[in-house]
Design a protein around this ligand. Structure first.
Ligand code: COA
Length: 417
């Protein structure tokens, strides 16, 4: 009798069936070591695109997943469709057997066969996605501002026609959507918020509060309508000596113009009984740093925001605009998506960009992750050269490509998908 253990059948990667949603909820809670409220599960479900969801199956059992969300994101040059990768999890019993790698490969192959040319994601940990060709494309800053002493400078713009309206967030939803939609094209990385996303942003059940107050909203407006808004929660508190020690956590703050923007910041910094304003994610070029009399009070810290993956070099590079004319041959290394490997000529000017295979000698050698990192315009390529990650064979080529790919307004997504 053969006493050898049976070999374990290989996990299969295939489109996930919507009827497996309850299983997905279980494995995602396990993977993230969290318990979701029924309301949160419903919000997740509304955000999913089941026809773009992949499952990893061990027999009938779902053990891992990913989804590609159809997002419209501002790129250098304007809003375009991109793939937003989300719902990435593998049940702990099956981790480190290559399941995520196979999910990532299948997802990128399907994008290569006819999806968006660029994929973006928010990483739970910074060490995961580089191996799949994603580059750290966006940074954000968090501010922890002690309100004592934090004052806007005399040069901060003001407009007497502006006024503030304290309002329940749900009641102001139309105004919030209008402001955000107007701001959207102004910054690479911002992406259109679907009704389901607004539901999630404005969700105010006990669990969303995480020990803080209900969600609060203040709209800046004039007679013509809204010009900005801030969303925040507060944690009340006092010191041992009964001095105000509250903290206000700003989740969203957008202004359509400098005066509205300054007024909203002035408002949160001057709220009574608030000792600190915490803003967990702000753009690295946030105008606030030019408005405070003492910018050190920002107490800024740095984190990665979005990661980007060029799916197809020849489709992705002409998909965005460039800040300066450029004509370079790049030699791309891409072991995960080998169709990108080799030499490409990128030519761009104000009228547009082209990218074709070439046999001409390379000006720059670089891994595909660096193209992803620079894709939204927020990376100076010279620092990758200094780190020994990219190399030029024609003097000045890296500087030229870096100038062309950079963008005046720094990228920022501002909301995890
Ligand atoms: C992160 C996660 C999806 C990885 O899935 P997995 O199936 O274990 O990943 P793989 O086995 O395909 O790993 C591929 C490689 O990435 C590495 N890797 C995977 N997760 C990693 C992590 N969190 N940190 C560092 N390296 C990691 C593996 O060690 C492996 O490296 P190797 O090729 O050198 O051996 C899974 O552990 C998980 O669900 N974690 C909790 C939820 C989470 O963080 N999801 C991601 C949301 S963005």
């Amino acid at each position: 009798m053969n006493s050898q253990p049976k070999p374990r059948p290989e996990t299969v990667i295939r489109p996930m069936d919507e009827s497996d949603w309850p299983q997905w909820v279980e494995i995602d809670q396990e993977a993230f070591v969290e318990d979701y409220s029924p309301a949160r599960v419903e919000r997740f479900k509304a955000l999913m695109e089941f026809d773009r969801m992949l499952g990893a199956y061990d027999g009938d059992r779902l053990v891992g997943s990913t989804v590609g969300l159809s997002l419209t994101m501002t790129l250098p040059g304007g809003p375009r469709p991109v793939c937003g990768v989300s719902a990435v999890c593998v049940i702990p019993s099956h981790r480190r057997r290559g399941i995520l790698s196979r999910l990532m490969r299948t997802q990128l192959e399907s994008l290569h066969e006819g999806g968006e040319p660029v994929a973006l994601l928010y990483a739970s940990e910074g060490a995961i996605y580089g191996r799949f060709g994603y580059g750290r494309a966006v940074d954000n800053l968090f501010f922890r501002i002690p309100t004592r002493g934090a004052r806007l400078a005399d040069h901060a713009p003001s407009d007497p026609s502006l006024r503030l309206r304290v309002v329940r967030p749900a009641a102001a939803r139309g105004d919030l959507e209008k402001v955000f939609e107007s701001v959207l094209p102004s910054r690479p990385g911002l992406y259109r918020r679907s009704p389901a996303m607004w539901d999630a942003i404005l969700a105010d059940d006990e669990k969303s509060r995480r020990g803080r107050s209900s969600l609060r909203c203040v709209v800046a407006e004039d007679d013509a309508g809204p010009r900005g808004y801030v969303l925040f929660r507060a944690k009340a508190g006092v010191t041992d000596h009964d001095l105000p020690d509250g903290e206000l956590r700003v989740s969203d703050l957008f202004g359509l113009d400098p005066a509205a923007y300054a007024l909203l910041w002035r408002h949160v910094l001057e709220r009574d009984l608030v000792a600190r304003v915490f803003a967990p994610s702000r753009p690295v070029d946030d105008p606030l740093m030019h408005l405070l009399t003492e910018p050190r009070l920002l107490n800024a810290g740095w984190l990665d925001d979005m990661w980007a993956r060029v799916v197809d070099v020849d489709r992705a590079l002409p998909y965005r605009a460039y800040s300066a004319p450029v004509d370079v041959v790049i030699d791309v290394t891409d072991t995960f998506c080998p169709w990108n490997a080799g030499r490409w000529r990128l030519s761009a000017d104000a009228s547009g960009a082209t990218c074709h295979r070439t046999n001409d000698p390379a000006d720059i050698e670089l891994p595909v992750s660096v193209l992803g990192a620079a894709y939204l315009g927020g990376r100076a390529l010279g620092s990758y050269e200094a780190a020994g990650i990219i190399r030029e064979t024609r003097p000045g080529a890296i500087r030229a490509l870096s100038a062309a790919m950079s963008w005046e307004t720094r990228p920022w997504g501002g909301l995890i998908f």
